[in-house]
Design a protein around this ligand. Sequence first.
Ligand code: ZN
Length: 81
Amino acid sequence: MTDCPGCFAAEQNRLSGLIYADCLSCAARSLAKSHAYFDAVRSETITPAYRDVLQLIFGEQWRDGHAAAKAWSAKLAGVKA
Ligand SMILES: [Zn+2]
C-alpha cells in the first residue's frame, strides 16, 4: 500500500518507530504520537499549536494531514479507522 519502508514497517508492527524524513505519512504518524496531537484530541479542537505544526508540515493541505494523523492514531491504538 505504501512505498515507504517506515510506513510499511508500521503497518506490519505498530510498535515500529521507523520514521523517514521525506515521507508525509511518516510525519503524520509521528504527529499522531505527539503532545500537540493529544492536546488537540483532549480539548476536542484543533489547538493553535497543533495547527501550526500541521501547517508547517502539510501547508495548505493541513486538514489532510490531520486526517492522516487521526488514521495513524487509530491504527497505532489497534482500532480500525
Ligand atoms: Zn513513511
